[in-house]
Design a binder for this molecule. Structure first.
Ligand code: ATP
Length: 463
């Protein structure tokens, strides 16, 4: 049974160390969460799976890790200073504040009053001062998306790698948005991570690449364990598009609170490279762009056949790490009856599991068993599959339960027979079956915890 209960998931996340409310001991901060011992592993594994698929397994993408503090000029020319806003209304009676789209018939959802202010724009970016004097003259923004630094580093990447269009630049990392109504657990938070690719292509190939990336991203989420029936593809209507977008397709996931955006794929055209380019009116840019007097460079490339300069178009698949973690936990959570008791099991794909294997000595006080288990743990750890843990609690039943709940694919018990012939008992998380395996078979059973290489023939690359 898939969990549709937000409470079950939140409770599991706290109980087993996946996700905690930030600053809980001081009453908690709305919209801020910390990832615990299991959460950080799951999150890193998800990010690593994305990086492998988007960078390592491709021949046309490079990586980047740019600064979070961003110069106001970058976010002025990107349009964020002017347009990255939510219209807000205040209730004059109960003093609550609402996004315009949360109000029905102009009624305050908190107290029912109709005494609301006109909606006013509220910028979602966090601003902070830079340098020793805090007089407002020198400031930066905490980036609201990772994308802009990819555009401003476009030439650096191009010049340092000899790439030619089409190619992409991928980046994962923190973004910050002063959301008015954070909530629904980690769905909408004020500090989160994004996994973004900016894929640059020739202007007349953008629609084909857009289709390619939508399909590729759907397939990737399915590979991570999202069920097809829980994913919906939503094409944003033309009059709902952001200022830079020619087309946007959102991948919606069926979260416990309903279908909402997990990832957005946008055709950003030549808007961003164009708007960060000096004197861009020399180029025939279709998007509405401010004339740039502050930039020092041209973010353009030369067509090797015609020798003409042009600004590449850009397709952007942009996914949220927190929303990904939330969706995958929701998919993996299962409760089942086993011998009259409820078993909670997290059937994560093994490559995402926080712990790949737990090694359990049959008796916690037997030195030979414990030493053998430690040795085995170290050997398995060296395979590079991810975290392997020594579980010396002395209670095998309890260890199984804990590892079912955090999604450990196998538990390995070291017993007296192991000391004689090296075989161990391996218990499978999903089937609960136990098998006696020798060292080689054990290693083979662990190898499947790494994400499989993607079959490139599935993704015919546009010419
Ligand atoms: P929404 O409409 O839900 O606010 P958005 O369209 O503003 O999202 P984008 O700007 O397209 O989101 O950002 C790309 C991705 O970043 C989203 O698909 C989502 O996964 C993630 N994301 C955006 N805002 C948040 C947030 N406040 N908390 C967690 N993840 C977020």
């Amino acid at each position: 049974m898939a969990s549709n209960s937000m409470e079950d998931l939140v409770a599991l996340c706290k109980r087993r160390g996946f996700i905690f409310q930030s600053d809980e001991i001081y009453g908690g901060q709305k919209g801020l969460y910390s990832f615990g011992p299991m959460g950080v592993e799951l999150k890193n594994n998800l990010k690593q799976a994305w990086w492998k698929a988007m960078v390592w397994q491709r021949d046309d993408v490079e990586g980047l890790d740019a600064s979070l503090l961003t110069s106001p000029n970058v976010l002025k020319y990107s349009g964020h200073e002017d347009t990255f806003t939510d219209p807000l209304s205040d209730c004059k009676d109960c003093k609550s504040r609402w996004r315009e789209d949360q109000l029905t018939d102009g009624i305050c959802p908190n107290c029912g009053s109709k005494n609301l202010t006109e909606a006013r724009p509220f910028n979602l970016m966090f601003k902070t001062s830079i340098g020793p004097v805090d007089d407002g003259s020198s400031y930066a923004y905490l980036r609201p998306e990772t994308a802009q630094q990819i555009f401003t580093n476009f030439k650096n990447v191009l010049d340092s790698t000899n790439r030619a269009v089409p190619f992409g630049v991928a980046q994962m990392g923190k973004s910050f948005r002063n959301e008015i109504t954070p909530g629904k657990f980690i769905f909408r938070v004020r500090e989160f991570e994004q996994m973004e690719l900016e894929f640059f292509c020739k202007p007349d190939t953008d629609e084909e690449w857009f289709k390619y990336w939508v399909q590729s991203r759907i397939d990737w989420w399915l590979e991570q364990g999202i069920k097809k029936e829980n994913l919906e593809v939503f094409e944003a209507p033309q009059d709902d598009l952001s200022h830079y977008s020619k087309a946007t397709t959102d991948l919606l996931y069926k979260f416990p609170h309903g279908f909402e955006e997990l990832e957005g794929i946008a055709n950003r055209q030549d808007f961003d490279l164009g708007s960060h380019t000096k004197n861009q009116s020399e180029f025939n840019i279709k998007a509405k762009v401010m004339e740039n007097k502050d930039s020092t460079t041209k973010l353009a490339v030369q067509d090797l056949d015609t020798k003409e300069w042009y600004i590449p178009f850009c397709i952007e698949p942009s996914a949220g790490v927190e929303r990904g973690v939330f969706a995958l936990l929701n998919e993996a959570y299962n409760e089942e009856e086993v011998e009259g008791k409820t078993r909670v099991v997290l059937s994560l794909k093994p490559h995402l599991s926080p712990i790949k294997a737990a090694v359990i000595p049959l008796k916690r006080n037997n030195e030979d068993l414990v030493n053998h288990a430690k040795d085995l743990k170290n050997k398995l750890q060296m395979l590079g599959m991810g975290r392997v843990i020594l579980e010396n609690s002395g209670n095998i039943g309890k260890s199984y339960r804990r590892h079912d709940e955090v999604g450990t694919p196998i538990c390995i018990t070291v017993d007296f027979e192991t000391l004689e012939n090296q075989t161990v008992t391996v218990r499978d998380r999903d089937t609960m079956e136990q098998k006696r395996l020798g060292p080689e078979e054990l290693i083979n059973s662990l190898l499947y915890t790494s994400p499989s290489p993607r079959d490139k023939s599935q993704y015919p690359i546009p010419a």
